[in-house]
Design a binder for this molecule. Sequence first.
Ligand code: ADP
Ligand code: MG
Length: 590
Amino acid sequence: MRRSPYDTYLLLLFVGVLAVAPAVLPEFYVTLLNYIGLYSIVALGLVMLTGVGGLTSFGQAAFAGLGAYTSAVLTTVYGVSPWLTLPAGLLITSLVAVSLGLVTLRLSGHFLPLGTIAWGISLYYLFGNIDALGGHTGIAGIPPLQIGEVELRSGRDFFYLIWAVLLGTVLATRNLLDSREGRAIRALKGGSVMAEAMGVDTPRSKIVVFTVAALYAGVSGWLYAHLQRFVNPTPFSLTQGIEYLFMAVVGGVSHVWGAIVGAGLITVLKQSLQDWLPRLLGQSGNFEAIVFGLLMILVLHRARDGVWPMIDRLLPQRVLHGSFSGAEDLPRRPRPQAGSVLLEVHDGSKRFGGLVANDRVSFTVRAGEVMALIGPNGAGKSTMFNGISGVDPLSSGTVSFRGQRVESLPARDIARLGMSRTFQHVRLLPGMTVIENVAIGAHLRGGKGFVAAACRADRSEEARLLKEAARQIERCGLAEQMYESAGSLPLGKQRLVEIARALAADPCLLLLDEPAAGLRFLEKQALAELLRRLRDEGIGILLVEHDMDFVMGLADRVMVMEFGQKLASGLPEEVQRNPLVVEAYLGGVE
Ligand code: ADP
Ligand code: MG
């Protein structure tokens, strides 16, 4: 993770200032800080959900409502102790989040935000129209929280609790993002194709991050209910949901500190606008909404990343180097017998509407051989890769991998069996370091979940994963670039990062789609050397490549495709002599 070396000092400074704040500030500012704290907790969930995961939600206020109303009802009607209502509220929030998530997270593009608006409105009206929830008048008489003998009745008393919870969520969020689960969540934003091909269960990751964000909102709502000791539907409306998103966007939607900066700025701004605008305009009304609307447009045009990155840029940066040298090696899967059939494609066809991109293609790949797949652009090579790896399944035909039929399995299950791939159009997460990108490849070799990650109980496994990633990076000749962001590398090197990522999965079969494109002569030689070594270890390699010297010097067998069909196959020298091939392909090139 890239982080300022001052980050820890910032954290300490932050804690120090907050510790003295309530003692020196007037009541008004303490109240303001309380609200900023409560809003920050919700906005922090959005940083993870929207900023990091790329899933936009307008409905977080409704989740805060669930936390608040659960406590309001349980304490006032059933006399449950306020502390016990927290787990109850979180349970209800997560049940609702998981159910809503299962329905809405399948939606893509703008349908997802629209979906969140829909349930945001529904929950709001539910709060307002159920008599047992006090209708639009709400529920009063919620008891105060009590710590030991002390009742938290004043805003000043409450302050420490709110900001302690906020600090806890900040730390948990940072830990979570810097972990195996966190990488999976960060991979969602780049589209789920790559993540799935690396074995990430992306629907599950989406539900996880969605539920965590909802839980943050639920905690905030619970605190709110006991601070106000009164709830009604208004603070849990869609308007508030939009404001939460606005806070996260203004602050810097993919930064933990951005949530607090955004919540602070918007809360203070709203407060001052509500004071000044009516005086300025000589009449009362919610004029701040107009200013906020204009501001939103300005932010989206001028400072898409929000305010925090501007502050962050002023701070010196340092990349955190993980310490993993002492970690144990990850276990490796048993190698298949050299020469045994790994992959068998039989009559594989793929149709895109009227276009037949693969037309009844059959071939095998064995353990310990390099099988090259060549043919002119548009011949259907990448389509075949997608079919085999489950990224875009074939229309008909069968694919057996290690004796198991896989043509209808999702990509992540095929990856689990030991098939790993690279993409012709590189799919890296450009903002993440090389080692983090490669560690995504090792996703299936770890098992620690988000709870372990949030409380740092995953460190020894994480060290093993990072060590493995570092090993593969070194193997691919990228040791010097290990901590650079992947997006800053030249395209040829990015392809090598993709190979390292594929190798981090400890595959039996490696699919490489044009790995040598963009490499210099010496880099190509090093790559050929690496592939030979992998072959000698017993890995099967299916290789698409246009550089004929590279292919013919490396491949054990070659298959030629044209217009989706298999034109020829055999030993490299046989194929090179085949008149059909010479005419259709090699002839055209030479
Ligand atoms: P190659 O990798 O051999 O250059 P591709 O497999 O990428 O070729 O493409 C084979 C053919 O299938 C091309 O005509 C291409 O335009 C078409 N094609 C590939 N993907 C799609 C898609 N998702 N939708 C429609 N047509 C596609
Ligand atoms: Mg291709």
